[in-house]
Design a protein around this ligand. Structure first.
Ligand SMILES: Cc1ncc(COP(=O)(O)O)c(C=O)c1O
Ligand SMILES: [Zn+2]
Length: 426
């Protein structure tokens, strides 16, 4: 790798910490750091390269209680922690004994990323994209989104004092629409699917040179933010890698980068390098990666989504083939669950752990159950699942599964008559 020093950088190259360049994930061609996302040789997607310094656990532990404790492992300016960002990360890793007992598992953990500033893991990727984008001279933060990314971009831009342009399919959950609009940026609802919105974003990125579409033209930097999920899981387990991890898939970037985060920690000697298995979770109504896995394909055939798990409704996932690589390399699997199974799993998570996940969380818990039942997941192996978003943003989904009792008069008689007194009462 190229050493990081001024002499090795092209003029005008942005200063993004220990990042040294971009490399093509297909042909390996190396490019300078900059606002590039596709290989000029083969159009393959680009990925950030680094020259990591020697880093100790103590160095990391001395950092802030957010993702910037891992700044040396991210493509961000060195002083990122002192800039105005939403400071996401360091969310709780909850020991899930209640759910484990219900499912017959020995040791289960939930990485509860609903605890982020806008209540999903997207705050991580957006914070990294914003820091890199500002350094590269972009003036506007933009995105096509299935909802959570819209919240995160609008909030992060507001905090940084720059303009946001956020585009979503018009049929999103009302909660996600409101929790984006409140930040006051440019908010565009589009009559179409996410994949339509994504195509429009690619066209706009070509028209507006100073707009950073976080998941399009600055995608190599954005995607690196999800490594912090892998870093935190390992650190919170006491600098140990889990044996199994179950991750929801929309574009697939989160899954691929959690695996990359584990690999980097092992390469740096920060954790013991022992095998881990990565499992992917989709909703049956949008399961192109699960289908490709089941059929043994290397490519993913696009689908038109139809599921209550709208945050995962990406029919043409950019990282689909890389998900297949990771899952097959580590001995994992990809599976999918139906909408009723998603709702049932949201309720199970809430009942056993007191955690109200969004539909993506229901997908992940549902797939955990399914893979345990099929014997693909080992109930004896230490397992982490990701709850990537908050149930308060997908309220409609749980309505059929929840019974709200009729109001009673404020009297002892009414309380007893309704049956609330007995041991077996609801
Ligand atoms: C709550 C939630 N979980 C998971 C994902 C999947 O992320 P990725 O696109 O990185 O696969 C998304 C994407 O929008 C999401 O909103
Ligand atoms: Zn290439």
């Amino acid at each position: 790798m190229t050493a990081q020093s001024d002499g090795t950088r092209a003029p005008g190259t942005p200063r993004l910490g220990n990042a040294t360049g971009l490399s093509c994930r297909e042909c390996g061609k190396i490019t300078d750091l900059g606002p590039f996302y596709a290989c000029d040789e083969c159009f393959g997607p680009l990925e950030v390269r680094y020259d990591f310094p020697r880093l100790t656990r103590a160095d990391i532990q001395a950092g802030p209680q957010n993702i910037w404790r891992y700044a040396p492992l991210l493509p961000v300016p060195q002083d990122v922690a002192s800039r105005p960002t939403t400071e996401p990360g360091f969310t709780k890793l909850v020991r899930a004994d209640g759910l484990a007992a219900e499912l017959g598992m020995r040791r289960l953990w939930i990485k509860d990323d609903s605890g982020n500033p806008t209540h999903s893991f997207k705050d991580r990727v957006v914070a990294v994209a914003l820091a890199a984008a500002v350094e590269m001279g972009f003036k506007v933060l933009a995105c096509p989104s299935t909802g959570n990314l819209a919240n995160a971009v609008a909030a992060a831009a507001a905090r940084a004092g720059i303009r946001s342009v956020v585009m979503v399919p018009a049929d999103l959950e009302g909660q996600k629409i409101l929790t984006t609009a409140v930040y006051g940026g440019t908010f565009v609802t589009v009559d179409g699917t996410y994949d339509d919105v994504n195509r429009l974003a690619s066209e706009l990125a070509g028209e507006h040179e100073d707009w950073a579409f976080v998941n399009v033209n600055v995608r190599p930097y954005y995607a690196e933010g999800s490594k912090t999920l892998g870093f935190e899981i390992a650190e919170q387990l006491g600098w140990r890698l889990p044996e199994q991890v179950v991750v929801p898939i929309a574009s697939g970037a989160q899954l691929v980068k959690i695996d990359k985060g584990f690999s980097e920690l092992a390469e740096l000697g920060l954790v013991e390098d022992r095998p881990w298995r990565v499992f992917g979770a989709q909703a049956t109504g949008c399961s192109p990666v699960s289908e490709a896995f089941a059929r043994g394909w290397d490519v993913v055939r696009p689908v038109k989504p139809s599921t209550i798990a709208k945050s995962l409704a990406i029919g043409n996932p950019a990282d689909g083939p890389y998900v297949l690589d990771v899952v097959r390399r580590t001995g994992g699997a990809v599976a999918d669950v139906s909408d009723p199974e998603i709702v049932d799993s949201i309720a199970l998570l809430a009942r056993t752990q007191g955690i109200f996940g969004e539909t993506a969380g229901g997908v992940t818990v549902g797939v955990l159950r399914k893979l345990l039942a099929s014997g693909q997941l080992d109930p004896e192996a230490e397992t982490v699942i990701i709850n990537s978003g908050d149930g308060l943003k997908t309220l409609d989904a749980v309505e059929p599964a929840v019974t709200v009792p009729a109001a009673i008069k404020p009297t002892l008689e009414a309380f007893q008559a309704a049956g609330f007194d007995g041991a077996g009462a609801a």
